[in-house]
Write a protein that binds this ligand. Structure first.
Ligand code: CA
Length: 244
């Protein structure tokens, strides 16, 4: 099974067996998104979101909206993978996110914005970015450009979660095409719903992550590179894309 040729995906196959993803409970996105990202990276259901909720401990507060952003990065690193808590608010976010998809790196991002208890404004809902499309024209003549996500509460908590929820017949042959993940968001809507620019790129190791970071990211002026990475554990680093 294949995606349409204009689709870029962190997992090249549309075969459901290649997509070990699970739905979340109420406000569990900050724990479920990293579990889904890690499972997609290793290609099997090795990590369970309930175990991540348990590991988050007191930092998971369902009635306050779940877990604060730094916990997502902490959970990923705790399992031995590489990431950092950064923001793409002041740079070309699309250039960074597309580069990561092209490297087959799933990236946890936060849609919307919200306060978590006493903390700063964080995103409202964590999802995993798993693909994007080139601009294409559907059978009705409509121009489309899209991003693809694994959204663990799409279409609704307790709803009918699965890869099929973003299948669509855009080429007009009467057969739905498969797209990466379970949710498609048009490019313009996604960019409007991503005000914090918060992202956690998920690499197999911290060394691979840091090599990518050093080559492609410049922190905001005046902030030392690795010092900024450490300082950014709680607040997130403000990342500037450096094309090479
Ligand atoms: Ca079709």
């Amino acid at each position: 099974m294949q995606f349409p040729p204009y689709v870029h995906s962190v997992i090249p196959s549309a075969d459901p067996a290649s997509w070990p993803i699970q739905p979340q409970g109420i406000n569990e996105c900050g724990c479920t998104a990293p579990a889904n990202a890690l499972n997609m990276l290793v290609g099997r259901p090795r990590f369970d979101k309930d175990e991540f909720v348990r590991q988050a401990g007191l930092f998971f507060q369902r009635q306050l909206g779940g877990s604060p952003s730094p916990i997502t990065g902490w959970l990923i690193k705790r399992q031995g993978f590489g990431t950092h808590f950064g923001s793409l608010r002041k740079t070309n976010a699309e250039a960074v996110l597309r580069d990561l998809v092209d490297r087959r790196v799933p990236t946890v991002i936060e849609l919307g914005s919200n306060k978590w208890g006493p903390f700063e404004v964080f995103g409202q809902h964590s999802v995993v970015l798993v693909g994007y499309s080139d601009p294409y024209t559907d059978a009705s003549g409509q121009r489309r450009e899209e991003y693809y996500f694994v959204d663990a509460q799409y279409p609704a908590v307790g709803g009918e979660f699965g890869l099929h929820t973003n299948d669509a017949d855009h080429d007009g042959d009467g057969v739905p095409e498969s797209y990466p993940g379970n949710r498609t968001i048009p490019r313009d809507l996604f960019l409007r719903d991503y005000p914090t620019g918060i992202y956690f790129p998920v690499f197999p190791t911290q060394a691979e992550h840091d090599a990518w970071y050093r080559e492609h990211i410049r922190p905001e002026a005046g902030v030392p590179l690795l010092g900024g990475l450490i300082a950014g554990t709680l607040t997130g680093t403000m990342d500037i894309w450096h094309a090479t």
